[in-house]
Design a protein around this ligand. Structure first.
Ligand code: CTP
Ligand code: CA
Length: 219
């Protein structure tokens, strides 16, 4: 057990964490997804638990181990994730670490599409932006923490997401760093708010702990 738990800075707080990829089905055997491992989101959930929070972890398909003592809810699509987040939107803190697909097929076929009958193009539509929805429906005192995965203009793009989505904090990742990214156990991030920016580097577990202690140091 950790030093924290019942007397930690998040004791008595309900924290919702989303993690992992989403899958947007084209047909029963094919989908659009991304390489998110869920490691960073799971690390955020464990760090929040160690600080005393009552954590609900809503996650897409991952192969990593479920954390003990945390309520987990499995989802597949961005739409399912959106519905579960809406069900838990009374949380004191929401951490959107999930790699949500931005697009989903306009139509999901109920049977496997056969290649000789298929059109080679797939029509897509946008998924709901869950973090923006949370930002538009923010509860009193609720803290929203988003992530940003960028391959260029890291700080500029992350700052833009902070404002556009009405988030309180953005954890910005550069996919260009050697020691960070989807499958790695390590990460190097910039943690930004409207008037604060710090760099944190290390194992994902350590980065998660430092992100939350920076945000909740005075609470
Ligand atoms: N996010 C979300 N719903 C979506 C897409 C993203 O809630 N449909 C959240 C992610 O979980 C993350 C944040 O928004 O916390 C930023 O995600 P990112 O993919 O970096 O930004 P986008 O706004 O999708 O912009 P783009 O992919 O074009 O950079
Ligand atoms: Ca995106």
């Amino acid at each position: 057990l950790s030093q924290y738990r019942s007397n930690g800075p998040l004791a008595g707080k309900k924290v919702v964490v989303t993690a992992g990829p989403t899958r947007e089905h084209i047909d029963p055997v094919r989908f659009i997804s991304n390489p998110s491992s869920g490691k960073m989101g799971f690390a955020m959930a464990k760090a929040a638990q160690n600080m005393g929070a009552d954590v609900t972890l809503i996650h897409g398909p991952v192969t990593i181990e479920k954390p003990e003592g945390i309520t987990t809810i499995e989802i597949e699509s961005a739409q399912e994730l959106f519905e579960q987040v809406q069900n838990h939107s009374d949380a004191n803190v929401v951490i959107m670490a999930a790699a949500v697909s931005d697009f989903t097929p306009k139509e999901t076929h109920q049977q496997k599409v056969k290649k000789d009958k298929a059109d080679s193009s797939i029509q897509l539509k946008k998924t709901p932006d869950i973090l923006s929805w949370l930002g538009d429906h923010k509860n009193d005192g609720q803290i929203l923490i988003g992530f940003a995965m960028e391959t260029e203009n890291l700080l500029e793009n992350a700052k833009d997401k902070l404002e556009r989505k009405n988030a309180d904090w953005i954890v910005a990742n550069s996919l260009n760093d050697d020691d960070s990214g989807f499958a790695s156990d390590k990460n190097k991030v910039h943690l930004l708010s409207k008037n604060d920016s710090i760099q944190i580097e290390g194992l994902k577990s350590e980065v998660a702990r430092q992100v939350l202690s920076h945000i909740f140091k005075n609470s």
